[in-house]
Design a protein around this ligand. Structure first.
Ligand SMILES: [Zn+2]
Length: 347
């Protein structure tokens, strides 16, 4: 009965702009530029989230039935009537990425200072507006369920695989730059609904933080060990997120208020018009095509918004001219998109 409320995206990453500082978590490092960790604040709220919703959502959206689930979720099932769980169950303002709001609380689960309330309310509704209440509920929830955060997940094979995939090198080659980027991955083992980029306004310029799901690649009916394995989906996510870091400054430079008001006209309300995402998804598909074969890129672009195909095709002018700086093609494509919206009636 709640299924229709869940706004979820499989591997389609949105941008969550919240300005809380990233708390220090025990991050394991394979190489300086990519780290991965589980954040126990996010997991704590994730437990409450699924205690509230697991029984009422589609089987495809339920957490993967793993040894992690058995140890870190099942023991808490008797707390389904906790006020925080009830609040989530009866609320009308929530998304599958709700648990990420816990990143706005410090290690004692108190709201951090200088939070951009407007954005938080936009993203999280009631929870964004009432962080103090959420904090109190979460503190009580943690105490009541005797929350344990001894996760013991082995990230090494995943990090080794990322390193071996040489994605940073491939991106440098594509963008024709030696710009250094840092990726911080938050692994969210109970979540198989949404991958989400989290852009903290006070993150250093070339850093990007994002949440990844754990996906069940076999029927989700018996307990299986949790093994985070590098695969083509995670590969796409890492390329996509990195691409944001390489294109953010161009997006800010070329996407102005006029363009923003054009795409926000009533007649485009049913047209996908997040220009940043349209660009990044087209570019991601192109990077996939160049590195893993045209058929991989073509297949990827089929699953993306229609206008990303325009980006994908336009990039041909860049990839066949090795003298062209990336910014030049970015501007050309964004101008094409503007023209498209100026001349289109609707989709
Ligand atoms: Zn994105």
């Amino acid at each position: 009965m709640f299924t229709h409320k869940i706004k979820y995206l499989y591997f389609a990453l949105g941008v969550l702009a919240i300005g809380c500082q990233q708390q220090k978590t025990p991050i394991k490092t394979a190489e300086k530029s990519i780290t991965i960790a589980i954040d126990d604040r996010v997991e704590l709220l994730r437990v409450a989230y699924f205690l509230a919703l697991e029984d009422s959502i589609d089987v495809d959206l339920k957490p993967c039935y793993t040894d992690f689930y058995q140890r870190n979720f099942e023991p808490y099932k008797k707390y389904k009537n906790h006020p925080l769980v009830q609040k989530i169950r009866t609320g009308d303002e929530w998304n599958a990425d709700l648990p990420t709001i816990a990143l706005c609380l410090d290690k004692y689960l108190q709201p951090k200072d200088s939070l951009p309330q407007k954005e938080l309310i936009q993203q999280f509704g009631w929870y964004g507006a009432h962080l103090d209440s959420l904090s109190k509920l979460l503190i009580d929830f943690k105490k009541t369920i005797k929350f344990s955060n001894s996760y013991n997940v082995n990230f090494k094979p995943f990090l080794d695989a990322i390193t071996a995939s040489q994605i940073p090198e491939k991106l440098h080659q594509f963008f024709r730059t030696d710009k250094k980027t840092n990726l911080h991955i938050l692994f969210d083992p109970l979540n198989r609904i949404t991958n989400k980029a989290i852009t903290f306004t006070n993150n250093p310029k070339n850093e990007r933080l994002f949440l990844i799901t754990y996906l069940c690649d076999q029927p989700n009916d018996t307990v299986k060990p949790l093994h985070l394995r590098w695969n083509e989906d995670y590969r796409r996510i890492v390329i996509h997120e990195n691409t944001h870091m390489y294109t953010n400054e161009f997006f800010s430079k070329y996407y102005d208020n006029t363009f923003d008001s054009i795409v926000h006209q009533e007649k485009f309300k049913d047209t996908y018009h997040d220009i940043d995402e349209i660009m990044v998804r087209g570019i991601t598909a192109k990077i996939l095509a160049l590195n893993y074969g045209k058929s991989v890129g073509d297949e990827e672009i089929k699953h993306q918004p229609k206008l990303s195909k325009m980006v994908y095709d336009d990039l041909e002018r860049y990839t066949t001219n090795n003298q062209m700086p990336f910014e030049k093609i970015y501007k050309v494509i964004i101008d094409d998109l503007r023209t498209h919206f100026l001349t289109a009636d609707n989709e």
